[in-house]
Write a protein that binds this ligand. Structure first.
Ligand code: GLC
Length: 472
């Protein structure tokens, strides 16, 4: 079986969020299970030069973007045994940021079309094209409406995975032909509630659709979570799967991670305490091995549950000896809030604004607990990384958090969980964690249970293969 995995970002080349982690690790896991999986992504100007140096130019072609044809250079790279195709067009991809431009619709229409156009030129015909999120949502639509009957393209199946239903790719209907190159008679595929909705088009046209956890698959069939798409998903529930993401357990390994102060493992967990002391120093906090240190690594946006933290953080600080280490960037209201708190409580709260993978790893290793009170969370990878580093997650019971963290109150679980999106319910869960932390022996059991959790791709990669087989 041959799968072309299409994503707008993939590690190690370019990352802005969890999609890049998945696109950087699932293909390797599939390959280890003898599925030929190649990845296709844009060649952004921000890709580090040392990675560019190892790319091989294959050829260049032109790609139709509605009535124009645009240059597309095809480069090839190998990483972790996986072949990557990086598609070059400086007009579209030589930008400071990868998203957030006025013409994102056109940029990713180009990419989605190019994914199909390169097939005769790479000497490798996929059985399945696996698309991800709105940026590649047009590929299944183009396949169905343009390519399915072209010689050389027969019998390709398409898969579409939703990593976050909030971002659907919605545009005015008037640009259907001029930007997206969709003939008016096919407009119904993309039309939703008066707009063009790229994600809706992919849900219609892909042979199967999936999302990144079983719980989120259930949730987004409900209007509270679906950002309007629940009727479409309910109608297509016969071809809709929920498969929990895994993480790259080789890359995230406290035993070998060079970014942390001292390596440790389940067999030799003592090193974790060194990381805690160093993390306290790093953030200028009081060095105190008994103070429960809570880590937060997050995009600072509303759906991550930051309003809950904002509501009760001072109450927590004033009624406990907890400390906080925060890393993230995003909306200025949250960035300002955390800066303000760090100024007010310099020896209790440390904050770095930014997306700094090295510092993230230091927090995963040095913190005792990891707070992730998301309002919604399709899968969430940070709680899995935290567990991998023996750091106990405190999470809201939603989406992938619900599927990967269970409450230790019953003596079995690996974290602390609360149900309602309510600040004091979260505070109560944090207090339960702090109470648990005070019993050294019980806490050690919890840490070693966390270190033993298997969040590798092993189970989920097989589920993807079964899903592929169902349409192959
Ligand atoms: C998105 C989701 C996140 C998920 C990731 C990878 O970033 O918001 O929950 O873990 O995609 O699927």
């Amino acid at each position: 079986m041959k799968v072309l995995y299409a994503a707008s970002e993939a590690l190690p080349f370019m990352a802005s969020g969890g999609l890049a982690d998945v696109a950087g690790s699932l293909p390797q896991a599939l390959r280890r299970r003898f599925v030929g999986c190649h990845v296709v992504m844009p060649l952004y100007s921000g890709i580090p030069s040392e990675l560019r140096e190892n790319m091989k130019f294959i050829t260049h072609i032109t790609v139709p973007v509605a009535w124009r044809r645009q240059y597309c250079g095809i480069f090839e790279a190998k990483y972790g045994g996986v072949t990557y195709y990086l598609l070059d067009n400086e007009y579209y991809f030589k930008r400071d940021t990868i998203y957030g431009h006025y013409d994102d619709g056109e940029r990713f229409a180009f990419f989605s079309r190019a994914i199909l156009e390169i097939i005769p030129h790479i000497g490798w015909k996929p059985d399945i094209i696996h698309c991800n999120d709105w940026q590649t949502a047009l590929t299944p639509v183009y396949y169905q409406t343009i390519y399915a009957n072209i010689p050389g393209y027969e019998n390709i199946k398409t898969v579409f995975t939703i990593h976050n239903i909030q971002y659907q790719g919605r545009y005015g209907f008037d640009i259907l032909e001029d930007v997206f190159g969709i003939a008016p008679q096919n407009g119904y595929l993309l039309e939703y509630r008066g707009d063009i909705n790229l994600m809706k088009g992919a849900i219609e046209c892909a042979n199967v659709v999936s999302t990144v956890s079983p719980s989120y698959a259930q949730e987004i069939m409900d209007p509270w979570f679906s950002y309007g798409l629940d009727p479409i998903l309910r109608d297509r529930s016969f071809k809709f799967y929920g498969i929990l993401n895994g993480i790259d357990v080789k890359n995230y390994d406290p035993e070998t991670d060079p970014a942390i102060w001292q390596n440790y493992s389940d067999a030799k967990p003592e090193g974790k305490a060194v990381n805690k002391t160093e993390l306290q120093k790093f953030f200028g906090l009081t060095i105190d091995e008994d103070a429960p240190l809570i880590g937060i690594v997050s995009r600072l946006v509303a759906h991550k549950g930051l309003d809950l933290i904002r509501t009760v953080l001072e109450e927590l600080l004033n009624t406990s000896n907890a400390q906080l280490a925060v890393l993230g960037s995003g909306d200025s209201e949250y960035e300002e809030f955390f800066r303000y708190i760090a100024n007010k409580y310099p020896d209790r709260v440390g904050v770095r604004i930014g997306f700094i993978p090295d510092v993230a790893r230091k927090i995963y290793a040095g913190a005792d607990m990891f707070l992730m009170p998301s309002k919604s969370e399709p899968c969430g990878l940070s709680q899995m990384v935290a567990l991998r580093y023996g750091t106990i997650p405190i999470v809201r019971e939603t989406g992938g958090l619900r599927d990967s963290v269970s409450d230790s109150g019953d003596g079995e679980g690996n974290g602390f969980v609360f149900k309602n999106y309510n600040a004091h319910d979260m505070l109560h869960a944090i207090r339960r964690a702090i109470l648990g932390y005070q019993s050294k022996e019980g806490w050690h059991i919890l840490v070693s249970r966390a270190l033993e959790c298997d969040n590798s791709w092993s189970k989920s990669a097989n589920q993807y293969i079964n899903m592929y087989k169902s349409i192959d």
